[in-house]
Design a protein. Structure first.
Length: 118
């Protein structure tokens, strides 16, 4: 069974930065495409970013391009989301996911809250 545990969320002022981490156990991490999603209050969960198994291919939601960076460390079974220039509209619960496909994924973490104050 694959398990994902996110950390690093918190409260930050607009313009600030946070780095989310996701620890993955079980399965062969280096084979996984990894992704980050988020869900704001009263909104549907949405894709934020994804990274291929080798860390070379990355994909982003348009509104976070240039501000967020996804990365991974296959030796540590970790995936990260560096978030800069945060905006109040980035406020959401952020979820780590294995093998994202549209709005679905094979496995999900429990989520970590990110709150950006104006």
């Amino acid at each position: 069974q694959v398990q994902l545990v996110e950390s690093g969320g918190g409260l930050v002022q607009a313009g600030g930065s946070l780095t989310l981490s996701c620890a993955v156990s079980g399965g062969r991490f280096s084979n996984f495409v990894m992704g980050w999603f988020r869900q704001a209050p009263r909104k549907e969960r949405e894709f934020v970013a994804a990274i291929n198994w080798d860390g070379v291919g990355t994909y982003y939601k348009d509104s976070v391009k240039g501000r967020f960076t996804i990365s991974r460390d296959n030796a540590k079974n970790m995936v990260y989301l560096q978030m800069n220039s945060l905006k109040p509209e980035d406020t959401a619960v952020y979820y780590c996911a294995v093998n994202p496909n549209a709005d679905q994924a094979d496995y999900w973490g429990q989520g970590t809250q990110v709150t950006v104050s104006s």
